[in-house]
Design a protein around this ligand. Structure first.
Ligand SMILES: *Cc1c(COP(=O)(O)O)cnc(C)c1O
Length: 547
């Protein structure tokens, strides 16, 4: 921790009360100022130099090799490193084996470069160390958080000034809630939907108090389900598990040929579940997705809203990915219908370009979260302003400070430019794929995600005259090609495209390459290079072997 000269002139690190006093942030201490600045420079310049030198995605080191380096589970009795050495160690030994997600060649996942000011804002959050769980540990930060929640609520629901004037700072109203990530935002939505459905009756105190077994009896049902698109994020199945509904009761509804939830199938499913034979079933919620994780498609949200309204079912929109598209004048209509959802998930660490991690859940009705309110004697007393009263999480970082500041720095227009670039580059990518005979576009981009695969022309010709059995064999071969090329490209470490397996009812599983365009530095030229590399790998790997 801190050095101490010992008698042989060697320095030794010690932990004692004296040294401890020197490592805490202490406003009255002038030395602290200098220390803060000094190490920030080391970190920022060190990491910057690292990113400049290592333009590739990740350095070659096998997982086996890496895990061998991290096997010691004992904690040192005495301090073994100074901060400067720890920082140096991270920059030299950890960063090169982490993933350079800032690279414009990294286009496989929903994680990318972030604006540099996010690093500064994140530092402020750590330095202030506010805890928005309660007013006593955050004060103005909780009030600011309510403002940020209202701003995002407004881009979703666009209620009038009177509405926001009334609810923005009213302790009894909840426009939304910050959680860790999209998974917890979705969980919160289903939690609320479950509690609304199983509300108290005479002789029944509600599901939150009495549990599902009693709730089923009170409501005379045997099962409840949530209907989701076949392409729904797996976090929804976790909600089924955690909330006691059972993850098998998160029922997938088939998608149509453009990967959007099929409305005919949704209506049939609702009819069959409500009236059909089998266990007495009720539908807690229907989830429509605004930007599916795998293909970026947007479900027919207005139609889902209408069907939910007719049947009195909670409509949740999972806009974890797509939400910020609402800031783009050009493309916000792609998300129309979101404003009709009872609840909406949005992730800050995705298209708001925030550092990991920030999930948010929003509600149309500012009182619906009363069904999940909790109080404790030492904090969160009834009637208080504490944000922890209606929140799945307890202590947490003040990520609203980052989002609120980012909205000021970027403006809606700044974010719109990023969104528009992503969508338009994805469309250019799709055109590039269609222009190259080796590839086949599998799902064209509705937003900024697309999937495609390598489908060599000779195999295409065979495919066109193949029978069912032969097609199975060909598909297995194609899947193998795509898996191999994706892996070899990743291992080469210059570019990264991800892969997934698309499953459709009645069809064999199809392996596809998946692209997410969110880095504004990813240009069409870079895309060309990435595709060239895939063509090279394919020819080296599969053509030489044959010829
Ligand atoms: C990313 C994502 C989630 C889950 O979000 P996490 O922040 O990774 O927990 C849920 N739904 C959709 C559509 C997503 O894209």
């Amino acid at each position: 921790m801190l050095k101490k000269q010992n008698f042989k002139g060697k320095t030794e690190l010690v932990a004692n009360w004296d040294t401890l006093q020197r490592i805490f942030i202490r406003p009255e201490n002038e030395e602290v100022r200098a220390t803060l600045v000094k190490y920030m420079e080391q970190i920022l310049f060190g990491l910057h130099d690292f990113l400049m030198k290592n333009v590739g995605i990740t350095e070659e080191a096998s997982l086996k090799e890496l895990s061998d380096r991290f096997r010691d589970s004992r904690i040192n009795r005495n301090p073994s490193k100074k901060l400067a050495d720890v920082i140096k160690g991270i920059i030299e030994n950890i960063a090169p084996h982490a993933v350079n997600v800032a690279s414009p060649y990294f286009i496989g996942h929903m994680t990318s470069a972030i604006p540099f000011f996010m690093v500064h804002l994140q530092t402020i959050v750590a330095a202030l160390n506010q805890n928005p769980v309660k007013l006593e540990t955050s004060k103005v930060v909780s009030i600011l958080e309510r403002q940020v929640l209202a701003k995002i609520h407004r881009i979703i629901y666009d209620k009038n000034d009177v509405f926001y004037e009334e609810h923005i700072q009213r302790p009894g109203s909840t426009l939304g809630s910050f959680v860790e990530d999209g998974t917890l935002a979705n969980l919160t939505a289903i939690w609320v939907a479950r509690n609304i459905f199983f509300k108290p009756l005479s002789g029944f105190a509600g599901v939150e108090k009495e549990g599902l077994a009693v709730a089923y009896q009170a409501y005379d049902i045997e099962r409840c389900v949530v209907l989701v698109s076949q392409l729904a994020h797996y976090s929804l199945r976790k909600s089924g598990g955690v909330l006691g509904i059972g993850n098998e009761n998160i029922l997938p509804v088939d998608v149509d040929s453009s990967n959007r939830m099929n409305m005919g199938k949704l209506q049939t499913a609702i009819r069959n579940l409500q009236k059909g034979p089998g266990p007495k079933t009720r539908i807690l919620a229907v989830v429509g997705i605004a930007g599916t994780t795998e293909t970026g498609t947007v479900d027919p949200l207005p139609e889902i809203a209408e069907i939910c309204a007719e049947n009195g079912i909670h409509f949740h929109a999972d806009a974890a990915w797509g939400g910020p598209v609402l800031l783009s004048k050009k493309y916000r209509s792609l998300l129309s219908g979101t404003e009709q959802a009872d609840s909406v998930t949005i992730d800050g660490h995705k298209q708001f370009y925030m550092p990991m991690s920030c999930g948010m859940i929003y509600f149309k009705d500012p009182h619906i979260m009363d069904t999940v309110a909790y109080h404790a004697a030492y904090i969160n007393r009834p009637g208080s302003v504490d944000l922890g009263i209606r929140s799945l999480v307890g202590s947490r970082a003040a990520m609203s400070l980052i989002l609120g500041s980012a909205l000021e720095i970027m403006g809606a227009r700044g974010y719109a430019l990023l969104i528009d670039h992503g969508i338009e580059t994805a469309h250019a990518f799709a055109e590039e794929i269609e222009a190259r005979p080796l590839f086949e576009l599998v799902t064209s981009p509705q937003l900024n995600i697309l999937t495609y695969r390598i489908f060599p022309e000779d195999i295409k010709r065979e495919w066109n005259k193949a029978d069912c059995q032969k097609k199975k064999t060909l598909l297995a071969g194609l899947n193998n090609i795509n898996i191999t090329v994706q892996r070899l490209q990743r291992e080469a470490g210059k570019s990264f495209v991800s892969r997934t397996t698309l499953k459709r009812r009645g069809c064999e599983d199809m392996v596809v390459l998946r692209v997410v365009i969110m880095n504004p530095m990813t240009t069409i030229d870079i895309i060309g290079e990435i595709l060239d590399e895939q063509e090279d790998i394919y020819h080296r790997q599969f053509m030489c072997a044959q010829g």
